[in-house]
Write a protein that binds this ligand. Structure first.
Ligand code: PGA
Length: 231
């Protein structure tokens, strides 16, 4: 069971105290995804640390980007790719996301690759088609390597307080696994109050947590729910 905290462009919790609290969870793989400026501090604190994005080239004239070998040199363990905020605000295409995933995996990093439909896509009945295309791009570029994890994040549930029902999450996770047989995390307004009912679903293999990862207590409470869900 993986619980990953995506701090986005926020100041997250102090890495040292967070690492101490997370030591209690042997059976949970807890991951933090801080802004780039906090990566080294998180690595130094002993946290499993993922960047929020990674470029597909090893080096080059790509102002503002960071490559996979640069993350490896910093001791970082992996990277998110394809977060819906990257897709929505920065124009990331399925193919760019897949190339980023491939480069990170090739450099030895772990990857959490995010997929998910918008509200319009769900309402028009296109959710499965959109997700099929997103997953197919990742599968074609990377295969299904061990270090690849997927995250299902319905865009309408991110930062909105509106969570997918546990039944819908389960249905979509099973569908995603039928396309690519890797663990699938659920993301979108996961909180201590709703974590247990989501994480108990058989095909929900963990959570990608945004807002509720910014406070140590709420992130730890979600890890506790994860530990209980498989006990
Ligand atoms: P949220 O964000 O938990 O604040 O909805 C999740 C995410 O964007 O990864």
């Amino acid at each position: 069971m993986i619980i990953a905290g995506n701090w986005k462009m926020f100041e997250g919790p102090d890495p040292g105290p967070l690492a101490e609290r997370l030591e209690a969870f042997d059976e949970i793989d807890a991951i933090v995804c801080p802004p780039y400026t906090e990566l080294a501090a998180c690595v130094d604190a002993g946290l499993t640390t993922f960047a929020q994005n990674v470029h597909w080239e090893r080096e080059g004239a790509y102002t503002g980007e960071i490559s996979a070998p640069m993350l490896v040199a910093l001791g970082v363990h992996g990277a998110l790719v394809g977060h819906s905020e990257r897709r929505q605000y920065f124009g990331e295409t399925d193919s760019a996301v897949a190339r980023r995933a491939h480069a990170a995996l090739a450099a030895g990093l772990g990857v959490i690759a995010c997929v998910g439909e918008t509200l319009e896509e769900r309402d028009s009945g296109d959710a499965r088609m959109v997700i099929s295309l997103q997953v197919a791009a990742i599968r074609e570029e990377t295969g299904a390597p061990d270090r690849l994890v997927l995250a299902y994040e319905p865009v309408w549930a991110i930062g909105t307080g509106r969570t997918a029902t546990p039944e819908l999450a389960q249905e979509m996770h099973a569908f995603i696994k039928s396309l690519l047989d890797r663990p699938v995390l659920y993301g979108g307004s996961v909180k201590p109050e709703n974590a247990a009912e989501l994480l108990v679903q058989p095909d929900v293999d963990g959570a990608l947590v945004g807002g509720a990862s910014l406070e140590i207590d709420s992130f730890v409470a979600i890890c506790e729910a994860a530990a209980r869900s498989r006990s």
